[in-house]
Design a protein around this ligand. Structure first.
Ligand code: SF4
Length: 115
């Protein structure tokens, strides 16, 4: 049995996930907690937020994030890939700056406009 605190909302329900009973979740107040508890043990994911180098503009770095959460185990590898990436200004919020990071099918997108 693994204990977790749900991050789905400020209520912070204390979850119990039973690995020996098909990852059954108890302690949750809604289905978000059940899904979170199960996924956290089977395939935890996180939204990647970082910056990448920007050229041709007034700023030298561009804030970006993954369009969807990526597997937690790939976060550092994805950061390493993005450390070697440079984009040229201008960039619009939502522009894809790196497609299909690490073959996950998930794009990295700009989170602000930079001229
Ligand atoms: S289980 Fe539902 S109510 Fe409880 S913290 Fe998670 S999202 Fe909020």
């Amino acid at each position: 049995m693994t204990e977790l605190i749900c991050i789905g909302c400020p209520r912070g329900c204390h979850l119990h996930v039973d690995e020996e009973n098909d990852y059954k979740v108890t302690g949750n107040s809604c289905n978000i907690g059940a899904e979170y508890g199960r996924n956290e043990l089977i395939n935890p994911t996180r939204t990647l937020t970082t910056t990448i180098r920007l050229s041709g503009g007034n700023h030298h770095s561009l804030p970006v994030r993954s369009a969807h959460p990526i597997p937690k185990k790939l976060l550092f590898e994805a950061m390493e890939v993005l450390n070697h990436r440079e984009v040229k200004a201008p960039v619009k919020c939502g522009d894809v700056v790196y497609a299909d990071i690490l073959n996950t099918g998930i794009d990295i997108v700009a989170t602000r406009d930079l001229d």
